[in-house]
Write a protein that binds this ligand. Sequence first.
Ligand code: ADP
Ligand code: MG
Ligand code: MG
Length: 521
Amino acid sequence: MMAYVKEFADYPPEISQQQQDFAVGQLKNYALSVGFTVKPFAVQTDDGPKLPEGAVPAPITLYPSLFPKSCFEEALDIQQSYNTLYANITRDTAWLEDIVPQLAKIDDFVENLWNIHLQLKDGGYTQPLTLGLFRSDYMVHLDKTPGSKPQIRQVEFNTIASSFGGLSTRAAQIHRYLLTNNIYPSTSSSALSPDALAPSDAAAGLAHGLANGHKAYLSHTKPTMEDTCILFIVQPSERNIFDQQHIENELVNTHSIPVFRSTLATVLTQTHLTDTSVLIYTHPSTQRKYEVTLLYYRAGYAPTEYTSPADWTARLTLERSRAIKCPTVLLQLAGMKKVQQVLALPDSPHLQRFLPNADTERLRNTFALMYPLDSTPSGKEGQAIALNEATAKGYVLKPQREGGGNNIYRSDIPAFLKERPESEWGAYVLMQMIEPPAQRNTIVRMTAAKEGQGVVGVVETGGVICELGIYGTCLFSMAGQTAGAVQSNEVAGYLLRTKGDTSSEGGVAAGFGALDSVCLV
Ligand code: ADP
Ligand code: MG
Ligand code: MG
């Protein structure tokens, strides 16, 4: 166990500039060859901004980062319990009714999502099955006391558009390739060995989850048409398109399921609901018609994506349809940071209730300290911490948002709150910062050069911190007794993301971090 800390000293191995240039060159070629890619930034054209035709390698570390084996195994081991927990939370709409409406009063985005549920709750839902493609994110926490073991602490639990599964599989392949082909310098570091690298089967695992949803529609819902498909709801001008493509490829090639894409803005022109709420997709170029079995959202999690009331109408129409949703509005709301905070209250009875006779204590061990900022007693405690600069510096303030770039960190918190009326503070949760021990790595990133110059590679070495994400898939029914409601529940690989230790955010898409894979110690 101590190896995790001890290994830091000589990891990663020393490398000359010439060796590094060679390694980075090999890395980029291998990355392109396996589709470890993103679109470069949009360029200006006469028709407005447009994504270039080509692709570049996604940001990645040159070395796999060290990660404690015990932490990695624990995170994998408890994922199915986390899947069950969030399925049971979503099923308990009465419980969500205790939490969401108060937030809806002070947060328009939550209100809009909740309104969809309110419009459907009395007979408007036509599909009892819900599919979750989850990612539970952790950092390693190490107590300062000598001899203490590293533990995982949960950063958040994602219930919508959990991304990078497709690329994470390839990130692990890249590091294994570099190691096997002796691209890394011959090294004194005992840590870096083939047995210490863990593959991630996230691309196949997530596709398997989606295929399970599709098959459940075929057997339980029974399609009215011969042709069926899965429809991805995606963002326009998505740079992370190849991550999604890998999942699509698995569905098409391994599972023989047609997959199409639409956006919130175009979906109502490409689909229609029959009078029995069957969702029919008409392919824009072939005009062939398909019954949509499953809607997989890689969009719809941020307020900025709903640019007009029509986009909300689209979400409502899809929610009303008979297609299985991944996720439903309710499952999306169950992923709010507020839910995580309520579960993490020290004397919370909720975890026990949603997860009887299971890994309750192990899940509780992953919780960091979290406070509400409302007028409850623990909310008052949270306010006192958040308004005082000396205490706020150990915390992060989070609104009910997804996709990175929304949090307020440390000493910025008091002024941020004081600028807002106290009646709005309840829209945020306060969370203790997890401070994993920093290690060193090198991040290889392609960035847009000056306009007209395409992209250039940037290679940076320094202190980094890592965030592990475990994917899970869960198909469950909103109807009937709790026992038997969960129809499939699987672990679906992992993601490691790594950022410079001076950056607060770690989002790869937001440009703050890089993909990585684990070297277990
Ligand atoms: P989002 O849903 O936008 O991804 P997160 O809760 O994951 O929101 O926060 C974004 C990033 O902020 C994380 O990836 C992580 O780098 C950092 N972060 C969030 N919470 C913590 C925490 N408690 N301790 C340390 N870093 C955190
Ligand atoms: Mg999130
Ligand atoms: Mg996150």
